[in-house]
Write a protein of this length. Sequence first.
Length: 179
Amino acid sequence: MRLAMTLVLTGGLLTACAAQGIRPAAATGAEAVNTREAMVAGINPAGLAIWAIRDSASDDRGHIDPARMNEDSWKALADAGRMLETYSRRLAEADSFRAEGTDVVSGETPEGIASREEIQQMIDANPAGFRAWSAVLEQQGRDLVDAAHARDAARAGVLAYGIDSSCSGCHEHYWFVPD
């Protein structure tokens, strides 16, 4: 099941990249980007904020109801989209990556999650793929900012739900213990 989902998500990623003209950035010689720091400081908080707004404003059909959105929620959605875009761009444009620990509190890796060394090996085995997943999230963040500024609830909802599959797809390749 995991393999089938991974293949479906990978195909979707490649199709989305091609449709958007997204290409992984060329190496720049910059310092390695700390993947955990990018996730903890930006991508995860942005995702959580986007999902909280989406969930609180969703109607019975799972669509964002514009009547449940106000100026503050549109601004918060745009801010979270911008944060997602910014931190994802750092990963998409990185020359190299440095994986840090997955559980700095207890020092133990949670069950099913790859160790720091395994994460580093998975990224090193396909850094262009990691950059491509990051570029997709960057574009989704940018598009979400645009949708929030336009007060386009339908588009914002599609994007807010679409982030789920992008996160899951990247995690399948670069965070979970390989099957």
